[in-house]
Each structure stands twice: as structure tokens, then as C-alpha cells.
Design a protein around this ligand. Structure first.
Ligand SMILES: Cc1ncc(COP(=O)(O)O)c(C=O)c1O
Length: 369
């Protein structure tokens, strides 16, 4: 168990407990300068490379959340997401790595190739996949919680959707401090003016905003909505920030208040439904691949980059420094290539309610990405 390095440096009182974290990733993740677009200087923070065999934004949260589960002596974790949840997959893979059982309670969503890939990879990682309509999730959770407690002899740990609790968000407070440290080492003098990042359950964007406040940067976070309320809302952002403040206070760190002009919820690239790709998100995914060789997807990073590219192209960011935070895993090792014969043999082993993601067509825009 290692403390997070940058937060650790801020902890003022040596008598305070260490902040336990399981080391799961490869940090710092690269910071890359992409070049100039419409007079703005564009950078990318490559959290897609945060871990192997699986990267993306979940690794930073899980380092802390899994440490908490181990400290409670849990033998199992329960977590939640939509059927194709990246968080559920990351939790399945990390659980296997550290020897915990993982139960993923998953709700319905629009179909895509990514849903299929994530379901199969989670299953292959040994997670127990449980389908639950959203309204049934509390009862389903209570039932599995009691079952696992009985089987393990100790209570399982419950990890919230997206790994988004104030504790999980500390992973991104640390990430913003990591960025500040990297930035100092670059030729770039002034900090970025704006950071674009997808907002699903908000620990990523709010954690970054908190870390930037600790670094004393005036940078604005553009949190690009990809989910409906209550998963993404200003009310949730404020509560998450307050939760981070309370947690940091326990470590002797005083976090300045969240300033309105430093955190903006972007509504205009959502497209009305979680995981529904839009022409803009599909276009951004294509652009990132063709111009920078970056593999994004249409649910999160495509929408965040679409907002970023839109603002760049209007010229309003000219002369500014802009950073796109890539939160999507870019390793493909966990997605074993399956032949036409192997794929059905595997997906038919999933619980029956998941079969429809393999039997029904994927959404149209999937084909162009
Ligand atoms: C690829 C990707 N990017 C961004 C996010 C959003 O992060 P958060 O849930 O912390 O807002 C998620 C997960 O929800 C994700 O899977």
C-alpha cells in the first residue's frame, strides 16, 4: 500500500494517518502537446495509459477504493453501472488482480460494440454479472450484499457507480497535482486556461477542479455532460466538492471553495441520452484517430472532445492553452479476439437479460467510428 505521492506531499501533519492506496497504475501518465488548432495550444493528458492491461480514469479511483475494501477485510466488492460500463469492467479486472470477488449490478443502455466487448471482458475477468432494471437496483443490491456476507463471513464493500465518492475523487485531486508538477517541467509557463473532460458520475471532473484549486491554478474545468441528473448535476458537483473538502480536512489540507467561473457544466454535446452517440461525438472520435492516433469512444471521450473541438474551431480559444483529458482505456489486451464461432459460445454463458446486446443491432453511428 502506497500513499498517493502528490497528495502526500501536501499532508501537513506527520501524526495524521497515511492515505492508503493500492498501487494499480503507471503514473504519472504522459502529458503530450498535440499542437496548434485555430491559434490555441492543445495538450492531451493520457490517462488512457494509466494502467496495464487496462487504463482509463477508473484506475486512479480504484487505487483508493480498493485499499479501503482491503482495509475492511472484504473478500468481495459490489459495484454498478450500465451494461457496457467501463467502470464495472475496470473493477472486475482490478478485483481479479488483488484477489477479491466482484459482483457487477448492471442496468440497461443503448447498444454498441463497446457494450459487447465490456460485457465479455468482465465475464472473462471472473466478475459475476447481474442484470437489474434501475428501479430494482436497491433491492438487488441488498440481496447480493446479504448473500456475499453469508458466503464470505465478512461484509462485501460497495463501490458506488463510476467509483465516484469523495474518496474515489481524491485520485483525481492527485491527478491534477500530478499535471501541475508535469506542467512545471515543460517549457510552458502559464497553466492551461481550460481543461475539457467528460462528466459521467462527476468524481473525475470535480476531483480535477479540487486539485487545480490546491495547485493555485486559475484553470477552468469544462465538465461535458454525458449522463442525466442525478449522475451529473451542479448540485452533485457541489456535494462532491464538499465531500472532498471534508476528507482533505482530516489530512490537514484546506481546500479553497469551488469558484463558479472555474467549473462549468457543458450541456450542448450530451445528445439527450447516456451512451447515445451523436454525429459530433462520432466525428470527434474519427478526428482523434486520424490526426493523433488516439482511440476514443462515442459515450464519454467523443463528447468531451467534440465540445473542445467546437470551442477551438470558433476561434474563441485563440491564444489560449487548452487541455483535453483522455479518460478512456487505450489498451486492447483485455479484449480477446473471438472468432464467429467462439463469440456466441461465450455470450450465451452470460445471464439471459444480456443476450439482447448480442442479438440486436448496435446503434447506427457505431459503424462510422
Ligand atoms: C471513458 C470514461 N470517461 C469518463 C468517465 C466519466 O468519469 P466520471 O464518472 O468520474 O464522471 C467514465 C466513467 O463514467 C468513463 O468510462
Amino acid at each position: 500500500m502506497e500513499p498517493l505521492p502528490f497528495l502526500r506531499a501536501l499532508i501537513r501533519r506527520p501524526d495524521l494517518p497515511r492515505l492508503p492506496a493500492v498501487s494499480l497504475g503507471r503514473f504519472p501518465t504522459p502529458l503530450e502537446r498535440v499542437g496548434e488548432i485555430s491559434g490555441a495550444d492543445l495538450w492531451v493528458k493520457r490517462d488512457d495509459l494509466s494502467g496495464a492491461p487496462y487504463g482509463g480514469n477508473k484506475i486512479r479511483k480504484l487505487e483508493l477504493l480498493m485499499a479501503a475494501a482491503l482495509a475492511r477485510n472484504s473478500r468481495s466488492v459490489i459495484t454498478f453501472g450500465a451494461a457496457g460500463s467501463n467502470h464495472a469492467l475496470a473493477t472486475a479486472l482490478v478485483s481479479r488482480q488483488i484477489g477479491l470477488r466482484c459482483v457487477n449490478i448492471l442496468g440497461p443502455q443503448v447498444n454498441s460494440i463497446a457494450v459487447r466487448r465490456n460485457l465479455l471482458a468482465s465475464f472473462q475477468a471472473g466478475a459475476e454479472l447481474v442484470y437489474s432494471a434501475w428501479r430494482d437496483t436497491p433491492v438487488t443490491t441488498a440481496w447480493h450484499f446479504a448473500r456475499l456476507w453469508r458466503e464470505d463471513g465478512v461484509p462485501p464493500s460497495v463501490i458506488p457507480p463510476g467509483g465516484s465518492s469523495p474518496l474515489g475523487a481524491l485520485g483525481f485531486v492527485n491527478a491534477a497535482l500530478e499535471l501541475a508538477e508535469q506542467w512545471k517541467q515543460q517549457e510552458a509557463t502559464a497553466p492551461p486556461d481550460t481543461i475539457y473532460v467528460a462528466s459521467g458520475t462527476m468524481a473525475t471532473c470535480v476531483g480535477i477542479a479540487a486539485g487545480l484549486a490546491l495547485a493555485g491554478w486559475p484553470t477552468r474545468v469544462e465538465a461535458v455532460r454525458v449522463t442525466v441528473a442525478p449522475f451529473t448535476s451542479m448540485c452533485r458537483a457541489k456535494n462532491m466538492y464538499a465531500g472532498i473538502q471534508t476528507l482533505l480536512r482530516e489530512y490537514g489540507i484546506s481546500l479553497p471553495p469551488l469558484r463558479g467561473e472555474r467549473f462549468r457544466l457543458r450541456e450542448d454535446f450530451f445528445g439527450g441520452e447516456y451512451a447515445r452517440h451523436t454525429p459530433e461525438s462520432a466525428g470527434a472520435v474519427q478526428y482523434a484517430w486520424e490526426h493523433w492516433g488516439l482511440r476514443l469512444e462515442g459515450t464519454y471521450t467523443g463528447k468531451a472532445l467534440a465540445a473542445c473541438l467546437h470551442d477551438l474551431r470558433t476561434g474563441e480559444m485563440s491564444g489560449k492553452r487548452v487541455l483535453f483529458w483522455n479518460t478512456y482505456n487505450s489498451h486492447s489486451a483485455v479484449f480477446e479476439p473471438l472468432t464467429r464461432e467462439q463469440a456466441p459460445a461465450l455470450w450465451r454463458q452470460l445471464p439471459e437479460p444480456f443476450h439482447r446486446y448480442f442479438e440486436e443491432d448496435v446503434q447506427e453511428l457505431d459503424a462510422v467510428m
